[in-house]
Design a protein around this ligand. Structure first.
Ligand code: CA
Length: 224
């Protein structure tokens, strides 16, 4: 589980990312401007940084430049609304490890966070939780394969992402809003019933008792 620094001035996006990372078991810290972000980044206590480009005080490009020139090798994933090729190249040349254009789904960011953390931990002996097991349900995060009682269950990409977030939080109630943010992204209509529909699909595939409805709150996963 990693200490992750989020440098983002837009409150809604910062808390969306922080909430999702917390659900994954990470410890996020938010900085809302460039100078604070740089100070935090230089503290040496973070494993990875998610960095916005348009920031008050000092933009993300300058922050990254200063960080690298002071010798920090911390993995950095740049978030930006400026999705032009020029900006991507500038960010990568400036020492970013990866790049995401807004708006994005949390699951996409998470895939990159995992990859960068794994690469950073190679050689340090740190391990990554590759397999999740809850009751009779097993989920392999390398092959993205789910088995129930030893039988492979075919899941769509969305169903897999939903199953994964449930299995990272066994026995805990996840709200519709948490599931919507995680699987569909913060720009998705909160009034949509898409979560209920997909929980229904997943229930059919994983067995009727795997997911319990907690009335008026959300859903709880306890395994097949
Ligand atoms: Ca911004």
């Amino acid at each position: 589980m990693a200490q992750i620094l989020i440098v983002e001035d837009e409150q809604r996006i910062a808390s969306f990312v922080a909430k999702g990372l917390r659900a994954e078991g990470h410890q996020p810290t938010i900085a809302h401007d460039g100078p604070t972000g740089l100070d935090e980044a230089m503290s040496g206590r973070f494993d990875l940084m998610v960095l916005d480009i348009g920031l008050p005080g000092m933009d993300g490009f300058e922050l990254l430049d200063q960080l690298r020139s002071q010798g920090s090798r911390m993995p950095v994933i740049v978030l930006t609304a400026r999705d032009s090729v020029t900006d991507t190249v500038t960010a990568l040349e400036g020492g970013a490890d990866d790049y995401m254009a807004k708006p994005f789904r949390f699951a996409e960011l998470l895939a990159r966070v995992r990859l960068r953390l794994r690469q950073a931990s190679e050689g340090t002996g740190a391990t990554f939780d590759e397999e999740l097991v809850v009751g009779g349900t097993r989920l392999d995060r390398r092959t993205r394969q789910v088995r129930v009682g030893g039988q492979v269950v075919e899941l769509s990409a969305r169903e897999y992402t939903l199953a994964e977030i449930f299995m990272l939080n066994p026995g805990q109630v996840l709200t519709r809003e948490q599931l919507l943010d995680h699987v569909w992204g913060y720009d998705f209509d909160p009034g949509s019933n898409v979560v209920d529909v997909y929980v229904g699909y997943l229930r059919k595939k994983l067995g009727g008792t795997a997911i319990t409805t907690v009335r008026g709150v959300g859903y709880r996963f306890s395994g097949s």
